[in-house]
Unconditional design. Structure first.
Length: 92
């Protein structure tokens, strides 16, 4: 493993997530990652982003659809229900 990879893993453990700028800074200071390390990093960041997203259940989706049918489109309830429906349809 490269020194940059070790630093990135340590920073991920400490912060939970890293921005592209933070990763680029570590790489510029400690050298490039190997293709395998890049692949691991990409998969790890993707998994952490997915885990951070709210998962919508079928029950929540159906309940939100009922709200969309009855609530005023300008109401906060309608907007919250629309976000739930959109998240469910996006696969979250």
């Amino acid at each position: 493993m490269t020194q940059a990879f070790d630093k990135i893993k340590a920073a991920l453990e400490e912060k939970g997530m890293l921005t592209d700028e933070e990763i680029a800074k570590i790489v510029s200071e400690h050298g490039e990652l190997t293709p395998e390390e890049n692949m691991w990093l990409s998969a790890e960041l993707h998994e952490r982003k997915r885990a951070a997203q709210k998962t919508v259940t079928m029950e929540q989706f159906l309940e939100a659809n009922k709200v969309l049918d009855t609530a005023d489109p300008n109401s906060p309830e309608y907007k919250a229900a629309q976000e739930i429906v959109d998240a469910f349809l996006a696969g979250n």
